[in-house]
Structures are given as structure tokens and as C-alpha cells.
Design a protein around this ligand. Structure first.
Ligand SMILES: *[C@@H]1O[C@H](CO)[C@@H](O)[C@H](O)[C@H]1NC(C)=O
Length: 357
């Protein structure tokens, strides 16, 4: 069940233009989770008079999006599990804004103007799993985040620094979205990610010049697209042995040091499109589970016979489903067809520019 929920959450993704989140869809996964758990929900009748001004209420859910609110409404019922405050003009979260809401499961504050969160604002939120703060004006990670959070989103704020132990104690965190913040490598203090066993970390559209080396070793998915990373070295990926998907597209990568990928043997998908590579990164043929490698939009001028597939048939490799090489200066007619001997079908290799006659 957790895996299913995580999948739903990931597909919500970090899509660039702001898209409102459908709380009722999330409510369904909440219901499924709750049906799984032993807790008995008492079905008390819902009293409409309990609904705060400017909000619509249904059992457990308070929806106050798109109301031009400048602060969190008062008198939110104590049995609320989801609060939708997206698309308002809230500037600050005060100490008692969510006081007594101990059953809260999801809190959606994305697309407001929040620059300040009181350090005690999230106290006693032991059931909170989803906290969305994307598209706000935060400059740092709020203090005292609720301990059982699964998903934390800060996409497009002004965060330029992550202090040591910023996420301490969040042992259940699976998804951490930090993309589209002015974060440089120097802005992440050593130990920023201490104590996390996160599965997904997103730091795309930031100011990174190298792969951060101090992320949790547990990550299976890392998105670093749209940064200014100029190279990949052996020590960069050493910690991330569980990595399945690596996003490094739209950077300025000129070289990938031989051996960089040996430490990520479980990798399924690598995005290196739109960089400055002059050759296919070394070592792809020995990545048994690698199914998709995106190299389009580089400066690759030459593709060797063993660049993608194992040299010997005795080395096991699952076949590729996708290799993209278009928009490179390589003369495609010079590539030997057997270079792609370990691809599922011809359609899996994208060489040309998709132009149809
Ligand atoms: C990369 O390293 C491996 C193992 O040390 C070696 O066999 C291989 O020839 C190297 N490849 C390149 C392109 O230098």
C-alpha cells in the first residue's frame, strides 16, 4: 500500500508551471490507507455550521483554495484530516493557526506568499503525512517539521541554504522536493540531510555546480536536471548504491569519469540529454539493469561498437528499451548496427531528428 501511495505521489511530480493539486484524489488514497489500518473512525454526522468562512467542508476535508485569503482561517474543525489552502495570499503561518488539529494528514499551502512559519506552528501534528509548501517565499526550511511526514514539497521558494540537521527525525520521509530554489552546493551544510532515508530527492532548476555528495544513501531517484553541473566524477555517486533513476539533463557536463557508474549497479534510467558530452559515458555496458539512457542534445561525434552493450555475451545485461542519440554531431550512418545489439527493438534507438517526410 505504501508503495502504491508513493507511486501516486511521485506521479504528481514536480511539473514546472503551477498546477493545483486535487485534494479529493489524495483523500481517496487517505481512505485506502485508513481502511488498511486498525484505527476505527467514528462516523459522526457532519455539521455544516462548523465550516470556517470562505471554505467548503465535507467530512474530514476543509477546502479553502482560491479565496484570496491573507491568513489561515479561524475555527477549523478539530477532526479535519485535509486542509486545502492553495492559491491564496497567505504571508505567514502563526503559532496557533493549526492549534488542536491533531488528526491532520495533509496540509496544502502551495502557491501562497508565505515567508515566515512560526517554529511551533506544526507542533502535535503527529499524523501529518503530506506537507506542500511549494510556490511560496520561504528562504529556509521551517523548524520542527512534523515527525511522521512522508512527503515534503518546497518547489519554487527562495531557499538558498539548508542548515545542518534541517530534517532531523523525519525517519519516514520518502519524497523531498527542493527544486527551483536558488540552492548552490555551498548552501547545503554538511549534515543537512542527516537522519533521512528518503527515496526521492529533487533539486532540479537550482544552482548546483556538482552532484551533492551528502544526500541520504537510501535514495532511489535523484533529479538534478537544469543545473550547472560540469562533470561527473567517481566519488560523486559513490554513496547512492540504490539509485534507479538519475536525472542530469540540461546541465553543462563535459565528462563522466570512467567508473562513475560502477557504484550505482541498480540504475535503470539515466538522463544526460542536453549537456556537452563529446563521447558516450564509459561503463554503460556493465550496468545490468540499465534500460534507458538519454544522450540527445550533446556533442557526441563518435559512437563505438562497445559503448552500450557488454563486450562479451557472457556478461548479463537486460536489454535497453530506449537509447536516444539525436541532435549530436555523430554521423549516424557510421555507427555499426550491431552497436545496438542489446536493445529490445530498433524502435528503441532514436538517432534522427524525428523528422518525417
Ligand atoms: C574504464 O575502466 C575499466 C575498468 O578499470 C577498464 O576496463 C576500461 O577499459 C576503462 N574504459 C575507458 C574508456 O577508459
Amino acid at each position: 500500500m505504501k508503495v502504491l501511495l508513493l507511486f501516486c505521489l511521485l506521479t504528481l511530480g514536480s511539473s514546472k508551471p503551477y498546477q493545483p493539486i486535487n485534494i479529493m484524489d489524495l483523500m481517496k488514497s487517505y481512505d485506502i490507507m485508513m481502511a488498511d489500518s486498525d484505527e476505527d473512525e467514528d462516523d459522526d454526522d457532519y455539521d455544516d455550521e462548523d465550516c470556517p468562512a470562505h471554505c467548503r467542508c465535507s467530512p474530514g476535508v476543509v477546502q479553502c483554495s482560491d479565496q484570496g485569503l491573507i491568513s489561515v482561517p479561524e475555527k477549523i474543525p478539530e477532526d479535519t484530516v485535509m486542509i486545502d489552502l492553495q492559491n491564496n495570499d497567505i504571508t505567514e503561518i502563526q503559532e496557533d493557526d493549526f492549534k488542536g488539529l491533531n488528526k491532520l494528514y495533509g496540509l496544502f499551502l502551495n502557491n501562497n506568499k508565505i515567508s515566515k512559519i512560526h517554529p511551533k506552528a506544526f507542533r502535535n501534528m503527529d499524523h501529518l503525512r503530506l506537507l506542500y509548501l511549494s510556490y511560496n517565499l520561504l528562504t529556509e526550511i521551517p523548524a520542527n517539521l512534523p515527525p511522521n511526514i512522508i512527503e515534503l514539497r518546497f518547489h519554487e521558494n527562495n531557499i538558498n541554504r539548508i542548515q545542518k540537521d534541517a530534517f532531523k527525525g523525519l525517519r519516514k520521509l520518502h519524497v523531498l522536493e527542493l527544486g527551483a530554489n536558488p540552492l548552490a552546493n555551498s548552501g547545503m551544510e554538511l549534515g543537512s540531510f542527516n537522519g533521512l532515508s528518503t527515496l526521492y530527492i529533487g533539486i532540479a532548476e537550482a544552482k548546483l555546480t556538482e552532484v551533492p555528495k551528502d544526500l541520504p544513501a537510501s535514495i532511489t531517484e535523484l533529479s538534478l536536471d537544469y543545473n550547472k553541473i560540469s562533470k561527473v566524477e567517481v566519488e560523486d555517486l559513490m554513496r547512492y548504491k540504490n539509485l534507479k533513476r538519475l536525472g542530469l539533463g540540461f546541465n553543462q557536463i563535459r565528462s563522466v569519469e570512467n567508473g562513475s557508474f560502477t557504484s550505482i549497479p541498480n540504475i535503470h534510467e539515466i538522463h544526460l540529454n542536453h549537456n556537452r558530452l563529446k563521447k558516450v559515458p564509459p561503463g554503460l555496458g556493465s550496468l545490468r539493469f540499465l534500460q534507458a539512457i538519454f544522450l540527445h542534445g550533446n556533442k557526441i561525434s563518435n559512437v563505438g561498437f562497445n559503448d552500450f552493450c557488454p563486450k562479451s555475451v557472457s556478461i548479463k545485461k537486460n536489454p535497453y528499451s530506449a537509447i536516444s542519440l539525436f541532435a549530436n554531431p555523430v554521423k549516424y550512418w557510421n555507427i555499426q548496427p550491431a552497436t545496438f545489439r542489446c536493445v529490445i527493438s530498433r524502435r528503441g534507438v532514436q538517432l534522427g531528428n524525428f523528422r518525417k517526410k
